[in-house]
Unconditional design. Structure first.
Lengths: 392, 270, 281
């Protein structure tokens, strides 16, 4: 697990002056399940294609097992890919698709047969050998694509949004299936997705990317609990992101009040971003609350209620199991471990205000859809946010 | 990563050598004297006397193309609406006559239309006077329509076939009656096919030299006949080159106008 | 409306086939004038096979058609792959050149090639270079754009990942082409080749300007024939050719129809199988 297999050193990629990747440094360990996570256009697929050998980085090096492989063509790399739309060969049946790589390696017929049969069993497609590709459902095609790559016993399997074309139910099943296969075979997986849930539930390591840069590398728990900047905090799960000032170690001030927290190592009076996860907020009566606010909207989500609360014009999302009426005045309490402090970044002020909350607020996770002007407004001050709030 | 671009190099060398260079030579001949080889505008100036023939060629070709469109559209539309197996059969039936040399098919029309041909013999057998069916503009147009009609039907068919039937349903849903569905949805969407068919009929029709020789008279000499005779009889390749040059330019202008008028750059392949 | 369209379509088909009928009937006519029926005979057919000119000309036409369509298919397919990978700017330049012989009237193409070959003749100090080679060059030239036009769309329809998938599994670029890409674009290659073949077989206008007396194709020979009083053995030849083409087409259509039927049946069987499985599960 600990041995390093792939290393990207200062990899940059530019297409016609447009910088797609900006000095990526990444280390992938043997037998690791590593996920590249980010919105479309963040550079995750480009990174994958550089590892696969389909693209050559404009600058920087790719090391495999310590050897520089920049100039090694894809067909000589010990890496196989599961393509986004599977890219199965329509003129070959299931068996021949899976046997394709082995035949190229000129293995003896008997071994090919054994390995193909074994692999089809692993992906639960025994008995489908002679089906033509057009006769398979999406999930079955997906499995053939995985079998076709894995049968070559690659050191690394690259997966480019492999579940993107499947419906939700099938996607959940395949997530578990993939994790099981990865653990059984002990192969390194490099997985590209824009689905944060998928990334959190499957990976050993998550690499969050945006604008061609790595924003954070860590375990799913790290990424969720200790986001490094406002982009990561917003992209992974739901977050209320507030402007604050770090008065001293373990003390942060926001909304004019001091709060205890667990973070240290900031400059005295350093402006910071404060993250409060919606599920960490405790709702109490107004008298007991450290802050008081007014409920402006309540949506039933099944397990919990999404409650939007207005604090001096800045709207928070709070997830509660109890129902609160709209216009009810409530208080909240935050413990030291409910607060996470981040350094300011280029993303500060762009995320984390729920003023424009709607039924489809999930879309706000996508920064592309986030209106520029709104994010600038809310970054200025509370008053700016208050104006926004009064409009809604 | 993989350099396949040079696969196109032999092709482009071939095309430059055998289409671009020859056109350059045509250009060169058009502006040189046939005897001295000196630069001259003589050939271009002489073309003025052929203007009536140019106009006649374009006129007859335009009429033929329009007739082809009017006849071809309903046929293409009907075929595209048939069940697939019937479509294939009808498509073949339209294609098949093109497999027989157009020279012979034209000769067959001669024996049909001649003064002592099959039709006139039938007419006479019914006790009527023979009709002047051949050696006039009508016969030349008939010959053009007959020969080039499949070139109109096939591109129209392939474009109409691709029209999404949901668009027609959407139009009906929004209140179009059948003629409106046609004028507002189907016809505009089939425009690439119309353009393609127009080009494929007009270009050979305007430059034909055999149809007019066989079905026409001295009064229906077309520009193709003149060019042919400059190379095969009178042997004045310089004048022939000048005429070809003008013909080429005229064709490009005509195609350009058609595309501009229809507002589409897209052209369907059969 | 529908009945009208159907009647109209069949009338147009009738119009297209009248001359065919005239030719076919004339081939069995004892007289030389197709307009006058002088009684049934097979004489024209025996005459055709005794004739030492027409059949060799037919062979010439077939040789030129086979060679030119083969060469054009290889050149054109390679070019399509190259053009597919080009930047749009360069590709549109190539497309402009491709469009020249397609939009130019045949007679202009013929004349321009004739002048080129005359020029080449003076360069080579030969009286005339016209013959087999010039015919072949001309036919390849006018066939090439049709190959490009039918292969390029297939390439852009192809899933670009397929080629990468093949290389990912160990194919060199060359192997990826022959094992995967070629299969994908095959329908386009075949239809382009067929189009080139029939156009070459049928071409008169361009051939007429670039043929030499030593190597004459059938359409050119017929043109020379039709200047003289027509010999009915030509009718016999074309009736035979028409029958052969008709037969080939019928067989092809039947094969295609059978293929399609089998596929539908397989699909139905598969769906049935899946349903059963679902019931069991």
């Amino acid at each position: 697990m600990s041995k390093e297999l792939i290393r990207l050193i200062d990899c940059s990629m530019a297409f016609d002056d447009e910088i797609v990747l900006d000095s990526i440094n990444l280390s992938i360990k043997n037998e690791e399940f590593l996920t590249l996570l980010g919105p479309s256009g963040c550079g995750k697929t480009t990174t994958l294609r550089i590892i696969g050998g389909f693209l050559q980085a404009t600058s920087g090096d790719v090391l495999f097992d310590g050897e520089r492989i920049n100039d090694v063509p894809p067909y000589q790399r010990k890496v196989n890919t599961v393509f986004q739309r599977y890219a199965l060969f329509p003129h070959l049946d299931v068996y021949e698709n899976v046997a394709f790589g082995l035949r190229l390696a000129k293995l003896p017929e008997q071994e090919i047969d054994e390995r193909v049969t074994e692999m089809l069993e692993i992906v639960s497609l025994k008995g489908f050998e002679n089906r033509s590709i057009s006769q398979l459902s999406g999930g079955q095609q997906q499995r053939v694509a995985i079998a076709r790559a894995l049968v070559n016993r690659p050191k690394v399997l690259l997966l480019d949004e492999p579940l993107g074309a499947l419906d939700l139910r099938l996607r959940k099943d395949m997530q578990q299936e993939l994790k099981r296969i990865q653990q059984t075979l002990g192969i390194t997986f490099v997985y590209v997705t824009h689905d944060q849930e998928e990334a959190l539930s499957m990976s050993d390591t998550v690499v969050v990317m945006d604008r061609g840069r790595i924003q954070q590398i860590g375990t799913p728990e790290d990424i969720y609990n200790e986001p490094e900047n406002a982009f990561v905090a917003d992209f992974i799960g739901e977050s209320n992101i507030l402007d604050g000032v770090m008065l001293e170690d373990y003390v942060v001030k926001f909304f004019g009040r001091k709060f205890r927290c667990l973070d240290a190592g900031f400059e005295p009076n350093e402006p910071v971003d404060v993250v409060v996860r919606p599920e960490d907020v405790e709702i109490v009566t107004p008298e007991k609350g450290q802050l008081t606010g007014t409920v402006t909207s309540v949506t039933f989500m099944g397990v919990h209620y999404d409650t939007i609360v207005d604090f001096h014009g800045f709207k928070w999302l709070i997830q509660t199991t109890e129902h609160h009426d709209v216009d009810e005045v409530i208080g909240i309490r935050l413990g030291p471990d409910d607060i996470h402090i981040m350094h300011r970044s280029e993303y500060s002020g762009m995320f984390g205000d729920y003023s424009s909350y709607s039924e489809e607020y999930d879309e706000m996770n996508d920064p592309d859809l986030y209106p520029e002007d709104l994010s600038e407004d809310s970054s200025e001050s509370e008053e700016g946010a208050a104006e926004e709030g009064s409009e809604t | 990563m993989i350099h396949t671009k040079r696969l196109a190099t032999p092709y482009i060398v071939w095309m430059v050598l055998f289409t671009v260079v020859p056109l350059g030579i045509v250009f060169y001949y058009a502006f040189t004297d046939s005897i001295t080889g000196q630069f001259t505008l003589e050939n271009i100036i002489r073309i003025q006397s052929y203007m009536p023939i140019f106009i006649k060629s374009i006129w007859l070709a335009l009429i033929s193309t329009l007739v082809c469109l009017i006849i071809g559209y309903p046929v293409a539309y009907y075929i595209a609406q048939c069940p697939p197996s019937r479509q294939r059969l009808l498509y073949l039936l339209v294609m098949l006559p093109m497999c027989i040399s157009f020279l012979l098919r034209t000769m067959a029309w001669v024996s049909l239309l001649d003064d002592t041909g099959i039709i006139n013999r039938l007419i006479q057998a019914m006790g009527m006077k023979p009709l002047p069916l051949i050696r006039n503009n009508g016969a030349v147009i008939l010959g053009m329509v007959y020969n080039y009609l499949p070139y109109m039907i096939l591109p129209l068919y392939s474009v109409i076939l691709k029209i999404d039937s949901r668009l027609i349903e959407a139009a009906q849903d929004l209140g179009c009656n059948s003629p409106q569905v046609f004028t507002k949805v189907i016809f505009p969407l089939s425009m690439p096919g119309v353009i393609s068919g127009f080009t494929m009929v007009f270009v050979p029709a305007v430059s034909t030299f055999y149809i007019s020789q066989k079905l026409g008279s001295s009064g229906t000499t077309l520009i193709g006949d003149v060019i042919e005779s400059q190379f095969k009889a009178a042997y004045n390749p310089n004048l022939g080159a000048a005429l070809s040059l003008i013909l080429m330019v005229l064709v490009f202008i005509c195609i350009g106008i058609t595309r501009r008028v229809s507002g589409t750059e897209e052209v369907a392949m059969p | 409306m529908r009945t009208f369209q159907r009647t109209f379509t069949y009338l147009v088909l009738l119009f297209l086939y009248i001359p065919m009928v005239v030719l076919a009937v004339a081939s069995f006519n004892a007289g030389t004038d197709p307009a006058v029926w002088k009684g049934f005979t097979l004489h024209n057919y025996s005459e055709l096979f005794a004739d030492g000119v027409l059949l060799p000309m037919l062979l010439n036409s077939v040789i030129i058609a086979v060679l030119s369509s083969l060469i054009a298919t290889v050149l054109g397919t390679a070019a399509s792959i190259g053009m597919h990978d080009m930047k749009p700017r360069l590709r549109s330049m190539y497309m402009t050149v491709t469009n020249i012989p397609m939009t130019n009237p045949d007679i202009v193409t013929g004349v321009s090639l004739a002048l080129l070959f005359a020029f080449a003749g003076t360069l080579l100090k030969m009286k005339s270079v016209l013959g087999f080679v010039t015919l072949l060059i001309a036919h390849i030239t006018f066939s090439l754009p049709y190959i490009i036009m039918s292969v390029l769309p297939k390439l852009s329809q192809m899933d670009p990942d397929l080629q990468e998938a093949a290389m990912d599994l160990g194919c060199t670029p060359r192997q990826a082409f022959f094992k995967v890409v070629l299969h994908e674009i095959m329908p386009g290659v075949i239809s382009g080749a067929l189009m080139a073949f029939t156009m070459s077989l049928d071409d008169f206008v361009i051939s007429y300007f670039v043929y030499g007396p030593k190597f004459v194709t059938l359409p050119v020979e017929i043109y020379n024939y039709t200047k003289k009083p027509l010999q009915p053995k030509i009718y016999a030849l074309f009736t035979l050719l028409f029958m052969v083409i008709l037969l080939v087409m019928i067989v092809m259509t039947m094969l295609e129809a059978r293929d399609e039927k089998q596929q539908t049946q397989r699909r139905i069987a598969f769906r049935g199988g899946r349903n059963r499985k679902e019931v069991r599960g």
